[in-house]
Design a protein around this ligand. Structure first.
Ligand code: ZN
Length: 194
């Protein structure tokens, strides 16, 4: 999920990667809408090893490079039930959340906000999401935890868990709006711009 418009407009900070990212990190290209991997449910994480920890750090680096607040494994071409979220977009290292095998266990309230997706760049739409969400997940070491998110964090959890289930935000839009976006993407593809 990209940084919401509201927060970017008032920010003078350039898109430079945060200093916590070492040069050794791999920056993955983001898979765009149209690739079938984005619309398939993912396989659960079973191996919690050094490779997974490295993957999670590379996903954070890739997400920051793309100016995102959330990134799911299918978006870098991997069929794996893992996502990363940082609604501070790299400003606070303590806000980094690795979600392996996440599930929503409680949702409360409603909030309609504009949403976008790093895999559908240039398009946004209003999506109704719960205002509060509690999820259960494992970290990169395999330790289980529960976390409650509000507003943008709740939205990011829902958006990324949707990705892991093969669902994109445009599926929450009206058919009219969704078809309009699909038509525009088709046109961009024809022009070689997608
Ligand atoms: Zn997305």
């Amino acid at each position: 999920m990209p940084i919401p418009d509201k927060s970017t407009s008032s920010e003078a900070t350039p898109a430079a990667a945060p200093e916590t990212i070492s040069a050794a990190r791999k920056i993955y290209p983001i898979v765009k809408y149209g690739d079938s991997i984005l619309e398939k449910p993912t396989a659960p994480v079973k191996n919690f090893d050094a490779d997974l920890e490295q993957l999670a750090e590379d996903m954070f680096a890739s997400m920051y490079a793309a100016q995102g607040v959330g990134l799911a494994a299918p978006q870098i071409g991997l069929n794996l039930r893992v996502a990363v979220v940082d609604v501070t977009a790299g400003k606070n290292p303590e806000a980094k959340i690795v979600l392996a095998n996440p599930e929503i266990i409680h949702a409360e309230g409603e909030k309609r906000e504009e949403e976008g997706c790093l895999s559908i760049p240039g398009f946004r739409g209003y999506v109704l999401r719960p205002q509060f969400v509690t999820i259960k997940a494992q970290n990169a070491k395999g330790e289980s935890f529960e976390i409650r998110g509000e507003d943008l964090l709740a939205r990011a959890f829902c958006h990324e868990i949707d990705h892991l289930n093969g669902i994109l935000f445009i599926q929450h839009l009206s058919m009219l709006k969704r078809d309009l976006i699909k038509r525009k993407i088709k046109k961009l593809k024809k022009q070689g711009e997608w």
